[in-house]
Design a binder for this molecule. Structure first.
Ligand code: GTP
Ligand code: MG
Length: 511
């Protein structure tokens, strides 16, 4: 085990983070220890097109409940590559009331997904609830509780397209009570839009300890959000009025923190000023008469320019299940993390090892013949009852199934323990790993890692405090599916939470 490499990745340094992607030039020896994997890499090398573009969206006769019509099997990967836009999952994160839903709603409005009449209806409804300025947020906040309180609870999901890209927007809640929902949203995304309010006092509250700006950034990095667009929002607010000083102040405070959280600020982060409510600098660049000093792109341009690394479409299939329901059989929802799926495939539902067959695959409302990594799917299965599936289960290839464990070894970085408690054997917390949420207990501390030398310390470790990096054995009550971080980062990185706060981030080093 290359400890230094491991620690760097535990500290979530983006340099190490290929996000589960095979970048052939960059392949580390331990990642290709299996000859099978080398073969996969060679295969992916041969394909010079973006694997995401392989997915063939069926033309629009698709409705949510699609008939079980015969679709010819895929003959050749190449025949599906024509004219396909790339696809990106974008999660909106940030402190409560920063303007995530408003900005998301405005994007949908500007891209023609919402008509004027609906907006007028929302304006009236918002007014009736004495929440006039929230009408744009109503596009994303669809349930009554969210509209009455003006706070997102469930992750909102919507789609829009630009010339080059299909986007799925995931609108996470900012309120600290709903961090578990935010985690589920962020775990589905590769790109984050971190929304920060520039309004006087609001940036400060969000950025303080206990504010969600920090927590969301740390979680996003841990959950595999490799790129961040930091939008400094509410630039139209009277306390801001597009002042360059305020924008610069926020940028200069955020940069060191983003760096600390593991983002390579030059490569993976971009800042831009916007007004989500007015819709300024979103689809078109802000007018010089409003903001004379901004020469950079607008949000749509920035989103279009985001490059996420290619993922290997040929690896063993892994799709953590987020949700399931009954609809002409058993339907599971989730994001494909590795490999590809096509109609007719035989797969396993792990950890129960239920043998299933793929009856149909849907991206949004469209039935497709096959789908590759990074796609959010609904898959109709035969061979399993809906009751026998729980979220956190993993749909997995038969030949190379995901490991199942009740105990694993992990490297943890302790962020902030409640009331400065000590972290020791017997410590209990809630483990969030891909779509799993489980009670866990630390059963043994194995080694503490010296933050300076990045090497394991010699002396036996019985407890550690905030900021420590420690290798330990973690136990869960029910069997779960995890992978070693070095093999499958998305299924091997996790967070520990306690009483509603994130106390540690970590990665699985042994299963
Ligand atoms: P949570 O879902 O609770 O985390 O909040 P959110 O980040 O989704 O914020 P939301 O979009 O609900 O907006 C909160 C408030 O900020 C509303 O009153 C919005 O009208 C206001 N707001 C959002 N964007 C802007 C903006 O660009 N300018 C101004 N002036 N107000 C804004
Ligand atoms: Mg919201």
């Amino acid at each position: 085990m290359d400890i230094e490499e491991d620690i760097r990745s535990l500290q979530l340094d983006s340099a190490e983070d290929n996000n589960g992607v095979v970048i052939p030039d960059d392949v580390k020896p331990e990642e290709v220890d299996k000859s099978e994997k080398i073969e996969e890499i060679e295969k992916s090398n041969e394909m010079d097109e973006d694997p995401k573009q392989e997915v063939q969206a069926q033309p629009s006769q698709a409705e949510p409940t699609v008939r079980n019509r015969e679709i010819p099997p895929v003959q050749d990967q190449q025949d599906e590559l024509d004219n396909q836009k790339r696809h990106l999952n974008v999660v909106f994160i940030g402190h409560v009331d920063a303007g995530k839903s408003t900005t998301g709603g405005q994007i949908l409005f500007l891209s023609g997904q919402v008509d004027e009449r609906t907006i007028q209806k929302y304006e009236k409804e918002a007014k009736d609830k004495s929440r006039e300025s929230w009408y744009m947020a109503y596009i994303m906040d669809t349930n009554e509780e969210e509209r009455v309180k003006g706070k997102t609870v469930e992750v909102g999901r919507a789609h829009f397209e630009t010339e080059s890209t299909r986007f799925t927007i995931l609108d996470a809640p900012g309120h600290k009570s709903y961090v578990p929902n935010m985690i589920s949203g962020a775990s589905q995304a590769d790109v984050g839009v971190l929304v920060i309010s520039a309004r006087k006092g609001e940036f400060e509250t969000g950025y303080e300890r206990g504010g969600q700006t920090r927590e969301h950034v740390q979680l996003a990095k841990t959950l595999g959000v490799t790129k961040l667009l930091v939008v400094v929002n509410k630039m139209d607010d009277p306390t801001v009025n597009w002042a360059k000083e305020r924008y610069d102040e926020i940028e200069s405070k955020m940069i060191p923190f983003l760096r600390q959280s593991g983002y390579n600020v030059k490569k993976d982060v971009m800042f831009l000023p916007i007004s989500g409510l007015i819709g300024t600098n979103l689809q078109t660049r802000v007018d010089k008469s409003i903001c004379s000093w901004w020469d950079g792109p607008c949000l749509f341009e920035a989103l279009d320019a985001v490059e996420v690394p290619l993922r290997d479409p040929n690896g063993p299939f892994r799709m953590p299940i987020l949700d399931k329901f009954k609809d002409m059989g058993t339907v599971v929802m989730g994001k494909v993390e590795f490999g590809s799926v096509r109609e007719g495939d035989s797969l396993l539902v792990m950890p129960n090892k239920d043998q299933v067959k793929v009856v149909a695959v849907f991206i949004d409302e469209n039935r497709v013949r096959r789908a590759g990594p990074g796609e959010n799917l609904r898959i109709r299965l035969s061979g399993v009852e809906e009751e026998d599936i729980l979220s956190g289960f993993v749909l997995s290839s038969v030949a190379n199934p995901v490991p199942t464990v009740i105990e694993f070894v992990a490297q943890l970085q302790i962020l902030e323990l409640l009331d400065n408690a000590i972290f020791t054997a017997g410590y209990k917390a809630v483990l969030h790993i891909h779509s799993v949420v489980e009670e866990c207990e630390i059963v043994e501390l194995l080694q503490q890692i010296d933050p300076k030398t990045k090497k394991p310390m010699k002396k036996k470790v019985l407890f550690v405090k905030n900021g420590a990096v420690v290798v330990c054995r973690v136990q869960v009550t029910n069997t779960i599916c995890v992978e070693k971080f070095s093999d499958f980062p998305q299924l091997g990185r996790f967070t520990l939470r306690s009483e509603g706060k994130t106390v540690a981030v970590g990665k699985v080093t042994g299963v």
